[in-house]
Design a protein around this ligand. Sequence first.
Ligand SMILES: C[S@@+](CC[C@H](N)C(=O)[O-])C[C@H]1O[C@@H](n2cnc3c(N)ncnc32)[C@H](O)[C@@H]1O
Length: 401
Amino acid sequence: MNASATPPLQKFFAPCPRGLETVLFEELTELGAQHVGPTDGGVAFQGTFTLGYRVCLWSRIASRVLWQLAVDEYRSEEDIFSLAREIEWPQLFSPQHTIRVQVDAIRSPVTSLEFVTLRVKDAIVDSFRAAGEDRPSVNTSMPDMRIHVFLTTHTATVYLDLAGEALFKRGYRREGLAAPLRENLAAGMLALKGWKAQMPLFDPMCGSGTILTEAAMIAMGLAPGAQRPFAFEKMLNFQADDFHAMREAAASAGKPLPEGLLFGNDRDAEAVDTTRRHLQNIGGEANAARVVLTNVAMETLDSPAPNGLLLTNPPYGERLDDLADLKLWYPVVGTWLKQTMAGWKACFITADRALPGGIGFKPSKRTPLFNGALDCRLFEFELYSGSRRERPAGEAPKINE
Ligand SMILES: C[S@@+](CC[C@H](N)C(=O)[O-])C[C@H]1O[C@@H](n2cnc3c(N)ncnc32)[C@H](O)[C@@H]1O
């Protein structure tokens, strides 16, 4: 291809749950992104449009893919209006598509973000009117096009969201139990722990099975976005042939789930049913049947394999009486880990900082992560097998014996 035929590079920003920027950086690099730069809460990158599509289809960790349309310094709301008014909106989408403008700011001098939202919407409407077209209407719950404006002290950036609905909405969750993890947080934790389907994974309190379902998709090589539509499919510059080829390649890349890899449990029978349905939704019945699911209290279970990764999201104890229950239950968890799970690495994501003290283990790592707005820690415990003498030389015992 000669240089003049090379498609131009576009600038993108992929937000993600805070704490996952480094693993998103690695994922985007693997997907072919260029000039990749992590910041707080997301990763900036460059690439062609086709790369933007690929990230929407294949990123397990990004929450969205925002395409940068304009950026400039500003002093007032009117500067932001002018910046948005310079964009040729009628070339991007048709007036039949509904819009939503969202403005986020860090240390911005503007007094009202609602007013900025209104002025950016006015700029879009003016742009359609000036082109002799109808005006698009606003839909705040299910818009076709999401326009994001990000303000810092001096700079305003206008983005159009390629994803549409957030990317953690994969399409497999068809009924909700209380308190599910965000899908991209579950996938991000697997990436943080380096899980690539090479060792057994066990979620003994699986709830609706988010961790197991994300793990099954990784093990089967399934694209997380294979079952959902994207906003870019409605954009006027949509390169349909490129995307259809990408979807077809993704559909034919899937492989069967290995036996003896994924193990789940929940004491709630409805949770186990939901987990099974989610696994069926992504991989069909035969693959879902290869995940061993049980329905008992975790502390009565035997270890499903000599070693592996235990990754789970225990109840948090949001109410005071729940907290009292947790205090009584944590030592039971500690005993079970010590007696049953030696040889495993155990990771718990929780908003309760008292978990390590409660179970009586010293974490080898604690990673701050956000589950939505909830400020959590991912605690990692190495459960060495055998006696203290078998631990690596110089390593302090991790279990308070
Ligand atoms: C916060 S939810 C897990 C949510 C899950 N990560 C998801 O994405 O849907 C905690 C789960 O732990 C289960 N649970 C609580 N105590 C348990 C125990 N002792 N044994 C097994 N499951 C338990 C609850 O039934 C609940 O489904």
